[in-house]
Each structure stands twice: as structure tokens, then as C-alpha cells.
Design a protein around this ligand. Structure first.
Ligand SMILES: Cc1cc2nc3c(=O)[nH]c(=O)nc-3n(C[C@H](O)[C@H](O)[C@H](O)COP(=O)(O)OP(=O)(O)OC[C@H]3O[C@@H](n4cnc5c(N)ncnc54)[C@H](O)[C@@H]3O)c2cc1C
Length: 232
């Protein structure tokens, strides 16, 4: 085991063209201000307020959360929503892992035991995108029982592209293709939310059974979509 904190070159957070590069030492708290103009920065600033408590946000990192792969981690859901690239390095070299195959289960990832994540890259969405986020936890600062993050791309009033990502419900963060298709075909936020509830196979634990999580993620998805669609 070793401590990354002394490696100054991993302490960065910057936009380069259409990519936001988040170094391994960038703390959660850095995202309280909009780190990049437009929808990506606004979404990150909205989401960070839901992660633990402020003192924890001063110490914990975006990359540490992605490495840990808790299914109820907000950053893991954002990584899936935006289809992040996870940059892993070992003595064998560097490889770039797409978020779609990186998350493999509860606390399970495609990372090899000798690999360290040096950075996570997020796409910087252009202004034609709008985002929304909604989560439920028992107390402020607790891990979420369920959450939904959404991004939609509009062309005038016409919805051209939709992304719906959920967390805390299954063993890993995931996108819901069924709900995304409903939206692109002109369905409402409520239609898409019902599609999420129909598609998920929720886990059960002491906080919530499967039926409750299904209904919760439906309600959260509708709220997140209504935020994104607001004013259209
Ligand atoms: C009371 C409390 C409430 C919390 N609530 C939330 C919450 O609501 N949402 C949420 O997302 N988190 C929550 N957390 C967790 C918190 O956000 C941590 O910041 C997060 O787990 C990552 O911590 P860290 O960056 O210090 O990583 P660490 O704790 O240091 O590491 C986590 C794991 O990832 C590995 N790891 C870390 N960095 C790397 C790397 N660069 N490459 C490879 N492996 C690496 C470590 O070896 C370890 O196995 C909470 C924590 C507490 C104590």
C-alpha cells in the first residue's frame, strides 16, 4: 500500500479543449465552484453537494471514489453518464478504460492490482446540453439509496440525444437505454421514469427492498429530467 498524496503532478484539475482532466489528487470540494464553463461544470457543482459532509469533501477525491466503485457513489454515476475515460498506469505502461466497461460490480472494477488511476477524463458538454440530478438518502451526507443523473441535448425545442444514469440501485452505476430511447422518441419525463423502473433489477438491503427502490428511482428520474427539461 502507498500514499499518493506526495505526488504533486497528480494534483490537477483543468479543462483542455473538450476534455476536463481530473487528477488523482483533486478533492471533492474543488467542484463546489464551476470548474469548467457550461453544463459539465454546473452538473459537477450540483452533484458535489450530495457527497458526504463538507470536511470529508475537503479530503476525499473524485478519482478515489471512482477507484472505490461504490454503486452509491455520485461520481461513479457521473462517470457513467458522461462516459468518462479512466487512465490507469502501472510499470507495464498506461491504458485508458471506458467507464462503460470499467465498473464491474460492487467495489469491483477492471483495474488490475498493480494499476493506479492517475486521472479521470470527462467530456465537456457544449451549451446545447442540459443536465439534471436527483438523489435520496436517509440523512444529509449519507450514501444515497438511489440517484439519477441525466443529460439531454436539444436542437431548438427538439430533444436529439438523451442519457440517463442511475446509482445506488443495482450493483454498479449504469445507463438506462430503454429510458433514453423513450425520450428520443418524444416520450415525457414520466414515460422515461417508468421505463427506468421497469428496466432496473434493484438490490435489497436494510435501507430498502426492491419494490421501494424501483419506485424511488422512478420518482428521482422524473425529477432529474424535469430539471433538465425546465424552460423548454
Ligand atoms: C461519513 C461518510 C459519508 C460518505 N458519504 C459519501 C457519499 O454520500 N457519496 C460518496 O461518493 N462517497 C461518500 N463517502 C466516501 C468519500 O467520498 C471518499 O472520499 C471516497 O470514498 C474516496 O475516498 P478517497 O479519495 O480518500 O480514497 P481512499 O479512501 O484513499 O481510497 C478508496 C479506495 O480506492 C483506492 N484508490 C484510491 N485512489 C486510487 C487511485 N488513484 N488509483 C487506484 N486506486 C485508488 C484505495 O486503495 C481504496 O481501496 C463518505 C465517507 C464518509 C466517511
Amino acid at each position: 500500500m502507498f500514499d499518493l498524496n506526495g505526488i504533486a503532478e497528480l494534483d490537477f484539475l483543468r479543462a483542455e479543449g473538450s476534455v476536463l482532466r481530473i487528477g488523482a489528487l483533486a478533492r471533492h470540494a474543488a467542484f463546489h465552484r464551476s470548474v469548467v464553463a457550461g453544463p459539465t461544470g454546473a452538473l459537477l457543482a450540483q452533484v458535489v453537494a450530495h457527497i458526504a459532509h463538507y470536511p470529508i469533501r475537503q479530503r476525499g477525491t473524485f478519482v478515489g471514489s471512482v477507484a472505490h466503485a461504490d454503486p452509491a457513489s455520485e461520481w461513479c454515476v457521473v462517470a457513467r453518464l458522461l462516459e468518462a475515460e479512466i487512465v490507469a498506469r502501472s510499470r507495464r505502461g498506461q491504458r485508458v478504460l471506458p467507464a462503460s466497461s470499467y465498473f464491474q460490480g460492487t467495489f469491483a472494477t477492471a483495474l488490475q492490482p498493480d494499476e493506479v488511476i492517475t486521472e479521470v477524463r470527462l467530456p465537456v458538454l457544449d451549451p446545447s446540453w442540459r443536465t439534471g440530478f436527483s438523489e435520496f438518502s436517509r440523512r444529509v451526507g449519507d450514501f444515497a439509496i438511489a440517484m439519477t443523473a441525466v443529460a439531454i441535448r436539444l436542437d431548438g425545442r427538439k430533444l436529439r440525444e438523451a442519457r440517463v444514469a442511475i446509482g445506488g440501485v443495482e450493483d454498479r452505476p449504469s445507463r438506462c437505454a430503454q429510458a433514453e430511447a423513450v425520450l428520443v422518441q418524444g416520450g415525457s419525463a414520466a414515460d422515461a421514469a417508468r421505463a427506468v423502473a421497469a428496466a432496473v433489477k434493484p438490490m435489497e438491503d436494510l435501507h430498502a427492498d426492491a419494490a421501494y427502490r424501483k419506485d424511488l428511482v422512478r420518482a428521482l428520474t422524473q425529477r432529474a429530467l424535469e430539471q433538465a427539461l425546465g424552460g423548454t
